[in-house]
Design a protein around this ligand. Structure first.
Ligand code: MG
Length: 297
């Protein structure tokens, strides 16, 4: 798919004449992409297909990394470059270290989590994740079940102490999340039917202040997103990637042929954008890099 000349408003972020390429298709609902430099590959979930796939840049081929994976969703790298991922089926956040998968956290105050959806790691190594209900209310995305702790929170998990803290409790269906470059703001999207927005919460150490609406999503919802080194937020929506500057001004939109779930930066120079959208994985060259690669390089 050619965009022709530069996408309006995004001239400094997407090269002129950039081409959107579909790298793979055949999924049901794809989500949770992460770039794994050591494998020169992007890994993602096909949630209803209950499998994890990888696209190798070297071979240009996609392959099944694992099957019967208990409906994994979002993933990110930790400070040791192991993969941390959300499991709807096991209602937990887990670690995949070289193929060995172990639980990180699955309970809050003794009660099971709902179905962790998306996850980020902060500079201190703590694990922040959202816990909406999608994996316990949709039979094709997990196992039907009930809410045990009575909310849909955003949590911070301290791996050294094992302490799980509810940091945001005022959202309906918290979904995607990412920090701004200096980690003074945590962005979280709410994909509930009532909201469809991204909120910004001030962060001070482990403390979170009151949130404000950062951006409204007009077409569909923001499921997952990333923040680049300049603080611009690149989010999914129903029909386009939307890019917002740090003030919440929408800089532009990048049309995608399928409803988008999530995206990540990667590639040799970190400027390739990989996009999971319904049945497919897409690629777009950009001029931006993920803010979090600053401390992971
Ligand atoms: Mg999500």
């Amino acid at each position: 798919m050619h965009f022709g000349t530069s996408l309006a408003g995004l001239e400094s972020l997407v090269p002129s004449g950039a081409e959107l390429t579909r790298l793979w298709t055949g999924g049901t609902w794809t989500e949770g992409p992460v770039w794994i430099a050591e494998r020169s590959a992007v890994r993602w979930s096909d949630i209803p297909g209950d499998r994890i796939l990888e696209y190798s840049v070297a071979s240009g081929e996609s392959s099944v990394y694992a099957e019967g994976v208990e409906f994994t969703n979002g993933r990110i790298l930790d400070l040791d470059r192991a993969v941390i991922q959300c499991s709807h089926g096991l209602r937990r956040v887990e670690l995949d270290a070289g193929g060995e998968v172990t639980a990180l956290v699955d309970r809050f105050e003794g009660r099971r989590l709902n179905s962790p959806n998306d996850v980020v790691v902060s500079k201190d190594g703590s694990v922040w994740f959202t816990d909406p209900t999608y994996g316990i209310i949709n039979a094709n995305e997990g196992h039907l079940g009930s809410q045990e702790y009575g909310g849909c929170f955003v949590f911070r998990f301290d791996r050294s102490s094992g302490e799980l803290t509810a940091v945001i409790t005022d959202m309906e269906q918290p979904n995607g999340l990412a920090f701004n470059p200096d980690e003074s703001t945590l962005y979280v999207s709410d994909s509930s039917a009532a909201h469809h927005n991204i909120r910004a919460y001030p962060v001070s150490g482990t403390e979170i202040g009151p949130g404000r609406v950062f951006a409204e999503i007009e077409s569909g919802a923001s499921d997952g997103f990333r923040v680049d080194t300049e603080g611009n937020l690149w989010t999914s929506s129903a029909d386009a990637i939307l890019v917002f500057d740090p003030d919440g001004t929408r800089l532009g939109r990048i049309p995608i042929p399928e409803a988008i779930s999530n995206l990540c930066f990667g590639g040799a120079d970190g400027r390739d954008l990989f996009i999971t959208a319904t049945t497919s994985l897409y690629h777009l060259p950009t001029l931006a890099r993920d803010a979090s690669t600053l401390w992971r390089s």
